[in-house]
Design a protein around this ligand. Structure first.
Ligand code: ATP
Ligand code: TYD
Length: 237
């Protein structure tokens, strides 16, 4: 598979065209950003860890019947994926209240949410990814009612699979963000699942093992990601 021109330079990944119009190559860089790109750093090994972590999770999700863009690992920091027509919204599920919901609703950090809650955000850094509802998505035609239903159903299905996977590794899946796109008429999971886009706490101590370490300047960011990978049995070599 031949890497061709650069199509998207995101904050953490670069997307390249290939000689097959249905396939793209995603390069996971070491760049790490928070607060809509205001805080930016290079963290050694992060691209490799997230690429391998994401490949492991995407394959678990495929095995559970969730359609994903993952095709195959090409290198430590590169993956071959399906070329999706991305839907410009972010789907968030929260099993425990933390982050923006605590600031927005004044609820206590760390309380269990049963049932888990679901939120949509618009992918727009300039507007700081505002929270939106289903009707905004229909009215502005960002996606159809069927696509919205599919994204919600798949995001909850991911929750079932991953809360168990992480629980078995002694971890709490606090919350996470997913992005979907269209591929040959179907809604398919795209982008990435890694500690950059979710919150993971040690089940006993509630130690943070995700990007909050970077956001809050706690240090040991990549070491925490590696700890999670090792508990799950992700091969980082
Ligand atoms: P963030 O997602 O963190 O808000 P970003 O958009 O800068 O920031 P990156 O992860 O650096 O994110 O960039 C990856 C880009 O590739 C995103 O625009 C994402 O929507 C897009 N993308 C991911 N998977 C696919 C895919 N399979 N097909 C097409 N585009 C994809
Ligand atoms: P949230 O608590 O809304 O935002 P913040 O990270 O600013 O406190 O985020 C919920 C989860 O979704 C969290 O694990 C981070 C992830 N997420 C992203 O990775 N990117 C995004 O653009 C959004 C809205 C959330």
């Amino acid at each position: 598979m031949e890497k061709q021109r650069e199509l998207i330079t995101g904050k953490a990944k670069t997307v390249y065209a290939t000689d097959d119009p249905d396939k793209l190559i995603i390069l996971f860089r070491n760049d790490t950003s928070a607060f809509d790109g205001e805080k930016l750093e290079q963290l050694d090994r992060k691209g490799m860890v997230n690429n391998r972590f994401n490949a492991f999770i995407m394959q678990k999700l495929e095995q559970a019947g969730i359609p994903t863009h993952f095709e195959k690992l090409l290198a430590d920091d590169e993956v071959l994926v399906k070329n999706l027509d991305m839907i410009p919204v972010e789907c968030v599920i929260r099993n425990i209240a933390s982050g923006s919901i605590v600031r927005r609703l004044g609820v206590e950090d760390g309380i269990e949410l049963n049932p888990p809650t679901f939120e949509f955000f618009l992918k727009n850094d300039a507007l700081h990814d505002p929270m939106i509802n289903d009707y905004h998505i229909y009215s502005f035609k960002w996606a159809t009612e069927q696509e919205v239903a599919d994204m919600k159903e798949l995001t909850f299905k991911v929750n079932q699979v991953l809360t168990k996977l992480f629980a078995d590794a002694g971890l709490l899946l606090v919350d996470y963000k997913l992005e979907f796109g269209r591929y040959k008429g179907k809604v398919v999971l795209g982008d990435e699942f890694s500690p950059d886009g979710c919150r993971l706490w040690d089940a006993k101590t509630r130690e943070k093992l995700d990007k909050d370490r970077f956001r809050q300047g706690l240090g040991g960011v990549v070491e925490a990601y590696e700890e999670v990978a090792s508990r799950l049995g992700v091969d980082l070599n």
